[in-house]
Each structure stands twice: as structure tokens, then as C-alpha cells.
Ligand binder design. Structure first.
Ligand SMILES: Nc1ncnc2c1ncn2[C@@H]1O[C@H](COP(=O)(O)OP(=O)(O)O)[C@@H](O)[C@H]1O
Ligand SMILES: [Mg+2]
Length: 199
């Protein structure tokens, strides 16, 4: 059984989630991080091909949310693309995931139509609220960053840089900065998270 080393703000896996690991040769967290990064790189290629035809209203659907998670982790986790079935130290009660996600997607569509926020602020709010729902057993941070970037790209905007490290999976000052700015966003202050995402 692999020994997981969780970075700050990472969601630990339940025992029944950790048995969903597809590659059998992985024995530590750093091998897992590398494997996941390769899987995610394939999802980026999938996304870039798809984005030419994708509109924001296609991105802001449960189908797309799940499809992107599936593409990012389909060679890593058997439960990729499937919502979690247990509660975590973060996120809504698992039985509310579909309903809360539907509310969020409709709200973002509405705010987009009404141009309530700049596109950067909208994408950051979307990222934070999606990661706050925490739909999946793992990969929520990376998935919600790619969702925000998908929304930006669909509007012809540059994706976020996320402090210059897309995976943010290792514990370092950058990840600490990211988690600290998410905690500020938990209190409705999005300014640091926006700054971080564009650094
Ligand atoms: N206080 C918080 N408020 C909002 N989001 C948070 C908070 N703490 C952690 N997160 C998010 O949860 C993610 C960790 O969840 P996890 O499913 O392990 O994602 P990943 O495996 O991609 O890191 C962090 O990367 C971050 O995006
Ligand atoms: Mg994680």
C-alpha cells in the first residue's frame, strides 16, 4: 500500500478511494505526483483540441465538469469523473454535490451574461466556489484550476499562471501562498487569489 504524504490543504483519501489507484507500480507520493502530471498533460491536449468548439455554456455544465476530471485522472484513479461518496474536512456534504454544483454553474452563467465581474474575477470566483464544493475524492484543486482556465480560454483570454506552477502539488512557499489566498477568498476577499493566479 502506498504511503501518501499530503501537502497543506490537500484532501486525504479514504481507504476505499486509495484502492482505486490504477497503476500498480507506484509506491510513494512523488511517483504518484509524476504519474498524475503525465495524465493531466494528456487532458490538456484533449482540452485544447476541444476548446476550439467549446462555448462557456458548454463548459458550465455537470457533464463537462465530470468529463474534464475523467480526462485528467483516467489513467490514475478508477473513480475519475465520479463524485465523492464520503465527506471530507472541506466541501459540502457529499449528498448535496450535484445540487450545489448545479446552483454554482447557473450562477456563473448568469453573472457572465450580466457582466457583473471582470472575466478574471469571474473565473477566480468560479475556481474558489468549485473547489469549495469539492466534488471529487481528489484532484479538486488541479481540476478547478483547469476549469477556470477553460472558461478564460473560451472567452479568448489567456489562462491563469497560478503562481507559475500549475500542479502546486508539492509543499512549498507557492502552495502556501495559494492556500492562504484561498482562505482569504473563504471570507469573500478574492483580491489575493486573483493576484496570485496572474503572477
Ligand atoms: N480553505 C480552503 N478554501 C478553499 N479551497 C481550499 C481550501 N483549502 C484547500 N482548498 C483546495 O482544495 C485543494 C485540495 O484538494 P484535493 O482534492 O486534494 O486537490 P488536489 O489533489 O488537486 O491538490 C487545494 O489545492 C485547494 O484548491
Ligand atoms: Mg490531492
Amino acid at each position: 500500500m502506498i504511503h501518501y504524504e499530503y501537502a497543506v490543504g490537500a484532501t486525504p483519501l479514504d481507504p476505499d478511494e486509495s484502492v482505486g489507484l490504477i497503476p500498480s507500480h507506484i509506491s510513494n507520493q512523488s511517483e504518484l505526483n509524476t504519474w498524475e502530471e503525465a495524465n493531466i498533460a494528456q487532458a490538456e491536449i484533449w482540452l485544447d483540441k476541444k476548446l476550439k468548439r467549446l462555448t462557456s455554456s458548454m463548459i458550465l455544465t455537470e457533464d463537462f465538469v465530470r468529463a474534464l476530471h475523467l480526462q485528467m485522472f483516467n489513467r490514475t484513479w478508477r473513480w475519475s469523473g465520479k463524485f465523492r461518496k464520503s465527506n471530507k474536512n472541506i466541501g459540502v456534504d457529499w449528498t448535496y454535490i450535484s445540487v450545489k454544483l448545479d446552483d454554482l454553474l447557473k450562477n456563473i452563467q448568469y453573472q457572465m451574461r450580466q457582466q457583473i465581474y471582470s472575466i478574471d474575477e469571474l473565473a477566480i470566483r468560479f475556481h474558489h466556489q468549485l473547489v469549495w464544493i469539492h466534488p471529487f475524492p481528489n484532484g479538486n484543486g488541479r481540476h478547478a484550476r483547469m476549469m477556470a482556465d477553460s472558461l478564460l480560454k473560451s472567452q479568448g483570454c489567456d489562462r491563469f499562471s497560478w503562481g507559475g506552477d500549475y500542479s502546486l502539488s508539492t509543499m512549498n512557499t507557492l502552495r502556501k501562498e495559494y492556500i492562504d489566498s484561498l482562505r482569504k477568498a473563504d471570507n469573500a476577499d478574492y483580491s489575493e487569489l486573483i493576484k496570485f493566479a496572474r503572477t
